[in-house]
Design a protein around this ligand. Sequence first.
Ligand code: NAD
Ligand code: ZN
Ligand code: ZN
Length: 346
Amino acid sequence: MKGLVNTKVNHVELREVEKPQLVAADDAIIRITLTTICGSDLHLIHGHMPTTPGYVVGHEYVGVVEKVGSGVKDFRPGDRVIGPAAPFCGQCERCRAGHIAQCLRGGIHGSGAEFGGLPGTQSEYIRVPFADVNLVKVPDELSDEQVLFVGDILSTGYFSAEKGDILPGDSVVVFGAGPVGLCAVHAARLFSPGQIILVDIDSHRLEVGAKLGATSTIRADQADVLAVIGALTGGKGADVAIEAAGVEQTFQQAVRCVGIGGRVSIVSIFGRDVALPLPEIFMKNIRIEMGLSYLGNMKRLVRMIQTGTLDLTPLITHRIKLGEIAHGYELFEKRLDNVIKIAITP
Ligand SMILES: NC(=O)c1ccc[n+]([C@@H]2O[C@H](COP(=O)([O-])OP(=O)(O)OC[C@H]3O[C@@H](n4cnc5c(N)ncnc54)[C@H](O)[C@@H]3O)[C@@H](O)[C@H]2O)c1
Ligand SMILES: [Zn+2]
Ligand SMILES: [Zn+2]
């Protein structure tokens, strides 16, 4: 089968690779019907995450069950499914404590041996471990595109909003209108905030954010971000800030834009230290949350897509075949042609 291999740092190549096989009784083999490129793939390929090249990339997918191990009870060949970017066992002491992102037997698809050596989805087939724990059936009436982001960026956006403890009427600021920030905007609506302010430097992304639920948008390169947020919140500062831009400046702005008792939820991956205004954080009793996203809400998110409460399909700006993935990376990485997300068909 074909798979996009991270052959060395800063290089990927579509190659003939071995088709994954069942290894354990609770495994399933999934034929990929739709996958994507994620910002985290770029972090991996550029060597910002500690991993050894030589693996197939990709972790966001929809597919059809091809084969199941003898221990799999809930799935059969032919079932349409999605699964988390980071599968977990559901049984180890960390999983039982709710820390499924740190599962002792889990990993992240398409991220190399250091992350569990799980096959990448930018290919034709993957092996999913602990299939009964991880796979979620896709309701017949939903298309692949409608559920494509559930196992990664939608779960992450929802996680970021949940970690912000948004209360009805709250003022929420989201930094970064990339795929994750846009999912955060859309998910923040579920907690009935009074306003959602979206900050980015890209007008097209801000426009998409307004369609997904942002009530105000700020061009960070054209305005004094903190002053505008101050004015929009009647001088008291925001209640919640979500950081999904991944730059030091937005981390600092996220902390500075909230008022007393503010909650700051960071989902970006920072590969280095960031300076923080600790006296201000102390005097205002600001709470900062960050970490690997919780991928245990997939069924809940699918139900909300089914009822029409969530619809992330406006994020899909491009549709390509796996054979064209080199072009897809070029578009995605350089943000050409107003790209947000690319749906890739093997
Ligand atoms: N916590 C997790 O488990 C988890 C899961 C998935 C992704 N992530 C991370 O979330 C982050 C966001 O992902 P993404 O795919 O949306 O990234 P992205 O790079 O596509 O989006 C970042 C956005 O921030 C904007 N931006 C850049 N500088 C800015 C500034 N000074 N002010 C305002 N906006 C600015 C960019 O224009 C862009 O739209 C990444 O770091 C990604 O790796 C984390
Ligand atoms: Zn991802
Ligand atoms: Zn576990």
